[in-house]
Design a protein around this ligand. Sequence first.
Ligand code: NAD
Length: 269
Amino acid sequence: MDKKLQNQIAIITGASSGIGEGCAKEFSKAGATVVVNYPVDAAKDMAEKVVADITATGGNAIAYKCDVSKEDEVIKMFVDVVAQFGTVDILINNAGLQRDSKFEEMSLATWNFVIGVNLTGQFLCAREAIKEFLRRGVDETRSKAAGKIICMSSVHEVIPWAGHANYAASKGGIMLMMKTIAQEFAPRKIRINSIAPGAIQTPINKDAWDTAAHLQNLLRLIPEKRIGNVEDIGKAAVFLASDDADYINGTTLFVDGGMTLYPGFEDNG
Ligand code: NAD
């Protein structure tokens, strides 16, 4: 099998579950050494299970605790990973959460919490990754790029979402942060792109698929009439991180079964 990420080091934030876990496993299959980031002690066992699954298949991985919304913890994570593995080639900015609320009832704390993890967390990790990519520069034995960042956005970077203003604002913010830093660092051979998942079956959206009725309701929004799985995202992320995507920079890849195709118009509107 062609290992497109052979010998590359990937930090994947929020990788003890869901899409991050899926990316960690696909990246390992593609030959990368994976840092399985998790935020709190309560997630440690899950992160270690992901690491055990990877090492059982002959891959390399470590679990690393860091809350991506905390600047000192993010800086330390990059320092420690570079000390252990020599460098970082890929960042998957995946950690994210929802705290839904009617807008008129949303507290500042709820707003700040979601923005802090989903947007500020991506800023902090991207900044530390870019410092390391600039330090190392291009090493063609690793990749044509000095480094790659994939920001986990959402279809809600373009689809408004009532009752989720903090989440949608964080994803819209990710879109222009991603494009802006892609513009800034493309001349230094750093590639930065986003993936916008549609509905992927993970813990974050359990309410949307946990009963047959809920799932049926969700499928109305998806032209392909299936919920996505974490491998759909992991495979797209491997492609975007690999040299096969060397001319792709500053774009969002929608992996959504057609959710952004206005499915309300399927039957002539
Ligand atoms: P998930 O809840 O399984 O994963 C989110 C992960 O982020 C968890 O492992 C959690 O521990 C971690 N996390 C939370 N706060 C953190 C922090 N402060 N520091 C580090 N890690 C932290 O859900 P998921 O669906 O896998 O979500 C992953 C990403 O995909 C999120 O950014 C989410 O917004 C995005 N997304 C998911 C879907 C979907 O349908 N599942 C759709 C669009 C976008």
